[in-house]
Design a protein around this ligand. Structure first.
Ligand SMILES: NC(=O)c1ccc[n+]([C@@H]2O[C@H](COP(=O)([O-])OP(=O)(O)OC[C@H]3O[C@@H](n4cnc5c(N)ncnc54)[C@H](OP(=O)(O)O)[C@@H]3O)[C@@H](O)[C@H]2O)c1
Length: 282
């Protein structure tokens, strides 16, 4: 059985490839990447695949039994067509199963909702493909917060608009493990899984980071408007608005959802402390 992973040059794609190598050996895993040289280090066959180019995927999916479609990074509307290039190529080239990395989140009320809606559109396309399918809805990755620790320390605080909303953070490593099982085991076909961990508040996050990293952070909530303004100034309008929308989603409970991780992965999700300790010790 040959399994291909798109966006293998990215961190989630790479995490899935690494887990698949452990499960079925590197000769059965194919990485597909827009920038193939960035995926060479994985040690598997790498084929070219830009989501904007259907022909790339007609070639890249030759002889592939199952493909993981990692959601793209472009403007939400553009992503739907990009994902269709992969889905159509999978249909036309004998792929039997497609697994899609979607997202949990509110579909209407925040500045992040257009991204969630675009993921739901791609979910519909995957379900309608006629292939065997599995959908994972990922929660927010914990890694960006940990990469940002120096900034938090400089400011002495974690500041955002999530207030006391809870977020069931996950990590790329946890997702890599779950997606490998979802690709390999037919019992998951036709399932939609919320791939989320333990739900914690921002105050909990500050406390756990302090515990693991020996920092002295506090959590300070600010209004959605103030946070959006601040993030737009720091990151530009597109990303700044999306980041503020993510934290607004946490505030209104969109990321405080029950977990299907154990059903998908066959083991429990790491706790927030375990996950953060693992990443610190990498
Ligand atoms: N749950 C979360 O917290 C969260 C956070 C961020 C993103 N996401 C979503 O999860 C996905 C994967 O995350 P990640 O951690 O792997 O992100 P990442 O490390 O930034 O990697 C992004 C990947 O997308 C690829 N890509 C971008 N445009 C492409 C295109 N037109 N055709 C083919 N590949 C393209 C990049 O290829 P190159 O190497 O060629 O640039 C790279 O491999 C993202 O794409 C996004 O949809 C989720």
């Amino acid at each position: 059985m040959k399994i291909a992973v798109t966006s293998a040059s990215g961190q989630l794609g790479a995490a899935v490839v690494k887990q698949l190598i452990k499960e079925i050996g590197k000769e059965n895993v194919i990485g597909i990447a827009r920038t193939p040289e960035k995926a060479k280090h994985l040690g598997v066959e790498i084929r070219k695949g830009n989501y904007n180019n259907r022909q790339d995927f007609d070639r890249a999916l030759q002889g592939v039994d199952a493909v993981l479609l990692v959601s793209g990074m472009d403007d939400p509307k553009k992503r739907i067509e990009q994902h269709r290039n992969v889905i159509e190529a999978a249909k036309q080239n004998g792929v039997q199963k497609i697994v899609y990395t979607s997202i949990v989140g509110d579909e209407n009320k925040t500045a992040f909702s257009p991204v969630v809606q675009s993921n739901r559109e791609s979910e519909k396309d995957v379900r309608a493909s006629g292939l065997e399918w599995v959908i994972g809805r990922n929660c927010i990755y914990i890694e960006p917060d940990l990469e940002y620790i120096d900034n938090y320390v400089e400011e002495g605080e974690i500041r955002n608009c999530a207030a006391d909303g809870r977020c069931a953070y996950t990590s790329r490593e946890e997702l890599g493990y779950a997606y490998a099982q979802m690709l390999l085991n037919a019992k998951h076909n036709g399932q939609v899984y919320k791939l989320v961990g333990e739900a914690i508040t921002q105050a909990d996050l500050a406390r756990i980071i302090n515990q693991v990293y020996g920092t002295n952070l506090t959590y300070n909530p600010v209004s959605v408007e103030a946070y959006e303004q601040e993030r737009k100034e720091a990151l530009g309008d597109f990303i700044g608005t999306i980041i503020a929308g993510i934290y607004e989603g946490i505030k209104i409970g969109a990321n405080d959802v029950s977990s299907d991780f154990e059903k998908a992965a066959g083991r429990q999700h790491k706790t927030a402390v375990e996950m953060i300790e693992t990443i610190k010790n990498l």
